[in-house]
Every structure is written in C-alpha cells, then in structure tokens.
Write a protein that binds this ligand. Structure first.
Ligand code: HEC
Ligand code: HEC
Ligand code: HEC
Ligand code: HEC
Ligand code: HEC
Length: 164
C-alpha cells in the first residue's frame, strides 16, 4: 500500500512537471528593474538579498534599503513616491513572489551556496532582466535532476518530512 501511494506521488509530480509551461512575470506593485540595479549599477545580489541565519531564505529587501538611495534619487517619480510611502508607513511592499516552493519541501539557500551553487543556475541571468519571471523550473523533477548530476541524495525524506 505504501509503495502504491509512493508511486502515485511520483507519477503526479512528474505529470505536474510536464504540464508546467514557464509562467509569465507577475505584475509587481513597483517597476523595479534588476537589469538597472544589479546590471548597470552593479549592486551585489547580497546587498539586497542577505542570507540571514539559519540561512534558508535570501529574503526581499525592505523599502528602507531602497530609500538609502531613493530619498535623493528620482524623487519626482510616482513609483519612487509610492516606494517612499510604503517606507514612511513602515509597510512591506507587496511584491508578488516569483520563485516559491510549497512549505512541505525542505530547501536551504545556505546549504546550496555552500555546495557550490550559484544564483544564475537556479534563477537565470537576473542582472540582465528588466522583470523577473520563473525562467528556471523549481519543480521536483528539476531538483532531482541536479541532485542526480551532483551525486546529492534523492531519497524522498531528503526533501520531505517522513510520513507515518
Ligand atoms: C539550488 C537552487 C538555488 C540557488 C543556487 C539559489 N536559489 Fe534562490 N531560490 C531557490 C528556490 C527553490 C527558491 C524558493 C524557496 C522557497 O519558496 O522556500 C528560491 C527563492 C529565492 C528568493 C525569494 C526569497 C526567499 O529566500 O525565499 C530570492 C530573493 C532568491 N532565491 C535569491 C537568490 C540569490 C540572490 C541567490 C544567489 C546568492 C540564489 N537565490 C541562489 C533556488 C535557488
Ligand atoms: C545604490 C542606489 C540605489 C538603490 C539601493 C536602489 N536604487 Fe532604484 N534607482 C537608482 C538609480 C541611480 C536609478 C535611475 C535613476 C534615473 O533614471 O535617473 C534608479 C531607478 C529606480 C526606479 C525607476 C524610477 C523611474 O520612475 O524612472 C525604480 C522604480 C527603482 N529605482 C526602485 C528601486 C527599489 C524598489 C529599490 C530597492 C529594492 C531600489 N530602487 C534601490 C539607484 C538605487
Ligand atoms: C537593490 C536591491 C536588489 C538587488 C541588488 C538585487 N535584487 Fe533581487 N529582488 C529585489 C526586489 C525588490 C525583488 C522583488 C521584486 C521582483 O521580483 O523583481 C527581488 C526579487 C528577486 C528574486 C525573485 C524572488 C521571488 O521568489 O519572488 C530573485 C530570484 C532575485 N531577486 C535574485 C537576485 C539576484 C540573483 C541578484 C544579483 C544578480 C539580485 N536579485 C539583486 C531587490 C534586489
Ligand atoms: C544546481 C543543482 C541543485 C539544484 C537545482 C537543487 N539542489 Fe539540492 N543540493 C544540491 C547539492 C550539490 C547539495 C549538497 C548535497 C550534500 O551535501 O551531500 C544539495 C543539498 C540539498 C539538501 C540538503 C540540505 C542540507 O541542509 O544539508 C536539500 C534538502 C535539498 N538539496 C533540496 C533541494 C530542493 C527541494 C531543490 C529544488 C527546489 C533542490 N535541492 C535543487 C544541488 C542542487
Ligand atoms: C530533491 C528534492 C526532492 C526529492 C528527493 C523528492 N521530492 Fe517530492 N517534491 C519536491 C518539490 C520541490 C516538490 C514541489 C513541486 C512544486 O513546486 O509543486 C515536491 C512535491 C511532491 C509531491 C506533491 C505533488 C503535488 O503537487 O501534489 C509529492 C506527492 C512528492 N513530492 C513525493 C515525493 C516522493 C514519493 C519522493 C521520493 C521518491 C520525493 N517526492 C522526493 C522535491 C523533492
């Protein structure tokens, strides 16, 4: 019985993987450009995406981070005024997530960066993108493919909690 459930799970996951077409870029509340900030201005990824302990996430920067520059740069722009407003009210900018995996999957940025992973491998050429869309799949098949290639484990419980 357990094996049947297991195989059904794998089949469903594979089917979902196949059915996935690359999603469009979500409409963001402020037209933030990685191409401009990380490309032209050459800001480091980790200037905005700090891998804070325990290291699972990279996080999205608060508006305060942006205001370091934008309290004086482009203050006449309605987009920057909107940004300033979020900052003054101490409210998070409601960015739409681009890469997000379900909470029942273990994932740690720190572990992958320590194992030699880099941002481009999993998120594409971000510094060349005006807007971000999920251009690299993060479905189960994609995880397992790299694990196989890099000889990392692919047991179910490596990425999922032990059930029953
Ligand atoms: C091995 C693949 C992999 C690598 C390498 C990787 N990421 Fe990610 N990234 C992911 C996955 C998967 C998610 C979704 C995580 C989730 O929803 O829990 C994600 C989510 C994010 C997020 C959203 C916020 C968060 O932490 O959930 C940001 C920002 C991000 N990554 C930036 C980066 C940057 C910057 C680098 C390089 C320093 C990087 N990533 C390297 C796979 C990767
Ligand atoms: C190191 C300084 C710096 C930081 C930090 C910074 N920006 Fe910028 N940003 C700039 C510069 C410079 C421009 C280009 C201004 C111009 O076109 O003259 C710009 C342009 C913009 C524009 C286009 C404004 C318009 O209407 O033309 C937006 C939107 C923007 N930034 C949002 C953000 C957000 C959101 C953050 C934080 C996540 C951020 N910026 C962080 C320097 C910065
Ligand atoms: C000035 C701050 C800033 C810098 C520098 C920056 N980012 Fe971002 N990043 C953001 C903001 C704001 C968002 C949310 C808006 C969006 O998705 O475009 C974001 C979103 C992302 C996401 C999507 C997260 C998700 O799941 O929604 C990834 C992946 C990412 N950044 C990777 C990178 C990489 C790789 C670099 C370096 C090449 C980088 N970022 C440099 C501010 C920054
Ligand atoms: C670019 C290749 C690559 C991709 C893509 C990738 N991984 Fe990994 N992953 C690795 C490597 C290499 C290790 C290190 C294995 C080790 O330490 O033995 C690892 C380790 C892990 C670990 C153990 C982390 C720890 O705390 O020690 C987990 C859990 C994991 N990956 C889950 C995932 C998930 C979930 C995805 C897809 C969203 C994913 N990985 C995508 C290469 C990758
Ligand atoms: C390397 C990491 C990794 C391994 C190993 C792994 N999974 Fe997954 N699994 C994922 C990720 C990531 C997702 C979420 C895919 C998505 O984005 O919807 C997932 C989703 C699933 C789902 C849910 C599909 C759905 O949407 O309903 C099932 C069931 C599943 N996995 C079963 C298994 C089984 C059984 C094994 C062992 C043969 C296994 N997984 C091994 C990463 C992994």
């Amino acid at each position: 019985m357990r094996l049947v459930v297991l195989l059904a799970g794998v089949a469903i996951a594979a089917w979902i993987g196949l059915a996935q077409t690359p999603p469009e870029a979500p409409a963001q509340p402020i037209p933030y450009s990685h191409k401009h900030h990380a490309g032209t201005l050459k800001l480091q990824c980790t200037f905005c995406h700090e891998n804070k302990e325990p290291g699972e996430t990279m996080g999205i920067p608060a508006a305060a981070k942006c205001m370091g520059c934008h309290k004086s740069v482009k203050t006449d722009s309605p987009h920057i005024q909107k940004l300033a407003d979020f900052n003054e009210k101490n409210r998070p900018v409601p960015w739409k997530r681009v890469y997000q995996i379900p909470s029942y999957v273990f994932f740690s940025h720190k572990a992958h960066l320590q194992a030699g992973g880099n941002c481009t491998e999993c998120h594409g050429a971000v510094a060349e993108r005006e807007v971000l869309r999920k251009e690299v799949p993060t479905n189960m098949g994609a995880c397992m493919e790299c694990h196989q290639k890099k000889k990392a484990p692919n047991d179910c419980t490596f990425c999922h909690e032990q059930r029953n």
